[in-house]
Ligand binder design. Structure first.
Ligand code: TYM
Length: 349
């Protein structure tokens, strides 16, 4: 007699992490604690948070809206790749590539542009901020979130590790993907942002969000003497030394917490609450924990820099893998909206 079998569970879709980072200068602590640290945690084989696949790229097309010097841009792209590998991105586990090496993404940008309401982009903060400050904004900056959406959708990404400032752009991406899917069928995978506690909005030396445009950054691989100088100049309030202080909400304490051990963090919080200390002491402790935290990455960086061919080989291999995936998704999108005259083979997720 045939026995009734329970239905086989639906095969879970693979989790695919994807993120991009602009090569507009050297990476700062905000980039590391908000995003890069997550890239490493999510790469396959990287512990409990690991995704099944991970794609990370250097967003040179986005950087073109601000870096206008070709030699500088080339240098920044190379440095970005060296820095990412030095910080722990493993090209054996994750696909590391340069955004412009995948031209499929720019074609996909156009398809998304045709379903993108102007009002959606007018509300985006990068464009709005520039406009409010009376600065000239080009169409590249205005349509920036559409290119970013294509970046994400081209790889069927399910999770996008970022800092808080990028969440709005991921919402735009979900909106555009939803509209396209509504019009043409189930083409795109809707991604989710991934933020980490303590790292989503890393403060800069003045207490605002750390950002190149606010000139308040501390770079990951800055020369130790220059880094120390910046740390010693971090703004603090002018309350007297004796007064007990609340560590919560204090940006100096927040920066120290990112790199201190749990015991060091607790001891620092106790010191704040007790009072009777100078902020100079906290800054010195920050110099020390930062040097210790990034010591290994600094050493790795030196070794990688000594072999520039290796980085180029990693980026070339990454581009080949990334293009193959983006081609598959682009073909799916082209077929769905009526651009392809024959249905592509395969094209599954
Ligand atoms: P970008 O290059 O400005 O920043 C790279 C990553 O660093 C994070 N970040 C921060 N996180 C916490 N605190 C801070 N102070 C801080 N400053 C920067 C950012 O949130 C970001 O995750 N548009 C993107 C690049 C991009 C992208 C993509 C990202 C292009 N295509 C597709 C994800 C998916 C940008 O300009 O990031």
């Amino acid at each position: 007699m045939k026995t009734e079998q329970p239905p086989a569970p639906a095969a879970a879709r693979p989790t695919r992490a994807l993120s991009g980072i602009q090569p507009t200068g050297r990476f700062h602590w905000g980039n590391y604690f908000g995003a890069i640290r997550q890239y490493i945690d999510l790469q396959p084989g990287g512990g409990h948070a690991a995704a099944d696949e991970a794609y990370y790229f250097i967003a040179d097309l986005h950087a073109l809206t601000t870096v206008r010097d070709p030699a500088r841009l080339r240098g920044l792209v190379h440095d970005a790749a060296v820095d990412l590998v030095a910080l722990g991105l493993d090209p054996e586990k994750a696909v590391l590539f340069v955004q412009s090496d995948v031209p499929e993404v720019t074609e996909l940008t156009w398809l998304l542009m045709t379903v993108c309401p102007m009002g959606l982009l007018e509300r985006c903060h990068a464009y709005k901020d520039k406009k409010t400050r009376g600065l000239p904004a080009d169409a590249g900056l205005f349509t920036y979130p559409v290119l970013m959406s294509a970046d994400i959708l081209a790889y069927d990404a399910t999770v996008v590790p970022v800092g808080e400032d990028q969440v709005q752009h991921i919402e735009v991406c979900r909106d555009l993907a939803g509209t396209f899917n509504h019009l043409y069928g189930d083409v795109f995978t809707l991604p989710k942002p991934r933020l980490v506690e303590g790292g989503a909005k890393v403060p800069g030396t003045d207490g605002q969000k750390m950002s190149k445009s606010y000139e308040n950054t501390i770079d990951v691989f800055e020369e130790p003497a220059a880094q120390k100088k910046k740390i010693m100049r971090i703004t603090t309030d002018s309350r007297p030394m004796e007064e007990p202080k609340d560590p919560e909400g204090d940006h100096l304490f927040a920066l120290h917490s990112l790199m201190a051990t749990a015991d060091e963090r607790q001891a620092m919080a106790d010191l704040y609450r007790r009072g009777g200390f100078g902020y100079g002491e906290v800054k010195k402790a920050l110099v020390e924990v930062a040097a210790r935290f990034f010591a290994e990455a600094r050493a790795r960086r030196q070794a990688i820099e000594a072999d520039p061919g290796r980085i180029e080989a990693i980026l070339a291999a990454g581009a080949t893998r990334a293009r193959a995936k983006a081609r598959e998704v682009l073909d799916r999108a082209r077929a769905a909206c009526g651009l392809a005259r024959t249905m592509p083979k395969g094209g599954g997720r």
